[in-house]
Ligand binder design. Structure first.
Ligand code: HEC
Length: 506
């Protein structure tokens, strides 16, 4: 981007030496020649039918009536929404405009937004059904939520979980997944993950949340469960919890253990919908696995917001299948919080199933998600949390994600090489809860074993944070948006796994 820019500036300087009338003609940008291509590559991903933006910007006819608003929004850098500090890292999904592109759009609007000669630029292909894979293709594999969900015209509804069977018995290799909300304005977020229905339970009818409406997709006790077998399973689990962990223990059992990062990775399944996050696409030649062999249930964590009129929404999950040979696995690294306010935090021992169930219940009440983290005190403008992880093997970092709620203020991913050299991979100086991106590194970054990665995060629970709903309150850690979260996800591959694949291919 930057190199192209300086070339363009060079051309302008040469032109300014040419006779005045020639300069004027060359400097009047037109839609067909100059502005259309910019809008199609930087705006159309959202400004098209079935996407989050209020109007399409796919043609001259679309853009012309909005010319003044376009100039205002791009000049103020409100559009396109993008939050990474341009001094650090380069990201392939960066839609932000260069100073020259903004100048071109402004000059076009000032000149009366002419269409110009020549053929109109062709919009990229996109899915009519509202999927957002950059290829424009619909997914190969779709799971629709079984019913339409009804959202009241007003009032606040909590974050809640519904459960449906995972219709898959095998490993499925995918190059991309997406959670499509079905109704964008009402959807605050949807997080999906995979699990096993606990012994003695089944998917049945009950309240969606405590005091919520009756639905068919909650976990209820299974009256047909064999009580003797259940008692035996519970006893075995309690015994196992006391013993040091056996590496060869049943994989599926481990897969439900979210204390274990590799289990959390396997259970991440189809991913999430958060505003700004479309299809999650792995790097060319890579694949992610959906473990139908390990799990039998999809958890849909749903959060809706009222729009002033009754609404319905029916979310879906989509997957784009990968070629058999594209199976260099992309892993996900969670940076577990290690310090808060400079105080060292020590990872707790794994929880017993009983403790986990109790923590889950606290969660519903808005507490307990991160048992390590102290709550953010009232009116604190500068609360810090630092997550930390070490690479045990040579790895390649592909993408970085940050997730916090309304108190999130600024975030920095800092890599320390084994020789002590430090590099900022991503800095988000003004975090926005409304726009969350998975930052895709343009050049995947190779990191040697022994490198460490930190996510340094600051939260603002004061009244000067204009999004803060309640600066006078202590803030707990939970998935509820009035609480806050510290979540980092780093997509990476292992160099050894890439090499192994290379040899088998020969
Ligand atoms: C990541 C998605 C996204 C991208 C990319 C994006 N927009 Fe938007 N745009 C939105 C959404 C959502 C809104 C409405 C909410 C808002 O204003 O924040 C919006 C609003 C606007 C508005 C105001 C419309 C009104 O009702 O007044 C203009 C003008 C606009 N965008 C222009 C652009 C231009 C020009 C680009 C590219 C240079 C662009 N946008 C890129 C999502 C996007």
């Amino acid at each position: 981007m930057k190199r192209v820019l300086s070339v363009a500036t060079g051309i302008l300087m040469v032109l300014s030496l040419a006779p005045a009338h020639a300069t004027a003609a060359a400097e009047t940008p037109t839609y067909n020649q100059d502005v259309g291509p910019i809008l199609l590559s930087n705006c159309a991903s959202c400004h098209r039918p079935n996407q989050i933006a209020p109007m399409p910007l796919l043609s001259y006819k679309d853009a012309r009536p909005w010319a003044r608003a376009i100039k205002a929004k791009v000049a103020s850098r409100e559009m396109p929404p993008w939050f990474a500090d341009p001094r650090f890292g380069e990201f392939s999904n960066d839609t932000s405009l260069s100073t020259d592109e903004i100048a071109t759009i402004s000059a076009w609007v000032d000149a009366g937004a002419p269409e110009g000669d020549g053929p109109a630029p062709v919009p990229p292909r996109f899915s009519e059904a509202g999927w957002s894979h950059p290829s424009g293709l619909d997914p190969d594999y779709v799971i629709d939520f079984p019913v339409e969900w009804h959202i009241d015209a007003d009032g606040e509804s909590p974050n809640f979980n519904l459960f449906t069977p995972l219709p898959l018995d095998d490993v499925m290799w995918v190059s991309a997944t997406e959670v499509r909300p079905g109704n964008l304005p009402v959807t605050h977020h949807i997080v999906t993950r995979l699990m096993n229905t606990p012994p003695g339970m089944k998917i049945g009818t009950g309240p969606a949340w405590s005091g919520g409406p009756e639905v068919d997709y909650v976990l209820v006790p299974d009256p047909d469960a064999d009580q003797e077998e259940l008692a035996a399973t519970r006893k075995a689990r309690a015994e196992a919890a006391k013993e040091p962990k056996d590496k060869d223990a049943d994989e599926a059992e481990d897969a439900d253990d979210f204390q274990d990062p590799s289990a959390a990775e396997a259970g991440a399944g189809f991913g999430a919908y958060i505003p700004g996050v479309g299809a999650s696409v792995v790097r060319e030649g890579h694949a992610r696995s959906i473990r139908g062999d390990l799990f039998d249930t999809i958890v849909w964590n749903l959060h809706y917001q009222a729009t002033g009129k009754p609404e319905t929404a029916r979310p879906s999950i989509g997957a784009w299948l990968a070629d058999e040979e594209d199976n260099t696995t992309e892993h996900a690294l969670l940076l577990r919080e290690s310090t808060s306010q400079g105080k060292q935090l020590v990872a707790p021992p794994p929880m017993t199933p009983e403790e986990r169930a109790a923590a889950g219940r606290r969660n519903q009440a808005g507490q307990g998600l991160n048992p390590l983290l102290a709550p953010i005190p009232p009116n604190d403008a500068n609360w810090t949390v630092t997550g930390f992880a070490a690479f045990q093997n040579d790895a390649v970092i592909n993408n970085l994600l940050i997730h916090a709620h309304l108190r999130g203020r600024d975030f920095t991913y800092l890599l320390t090489y084994p020789d002590g050299r430090e590099e900022i991979l991503l800095r988000v100086p003004n975090y926005s809860f409304d726009w969350q991106y998975q930052y895709q590194l343009t050049e995947p970054l190779q990191v040697p074993a022994g490198s460490t990665l930190k996510l340094i995060s600051r939260y603002d629970n004061s009244a000067s944070n204009r999004l803060n709903p309640a600066p006078q309150k202590e803030v707990y850690w939970s998935e509820q948006s009035w609480d806050d979260m510290f979540l980092s996800l780093v997509g990476y591959t292992l160099v050894d796994e890439v090499k192994e694949k290379g040899t088998t291919d020969e």
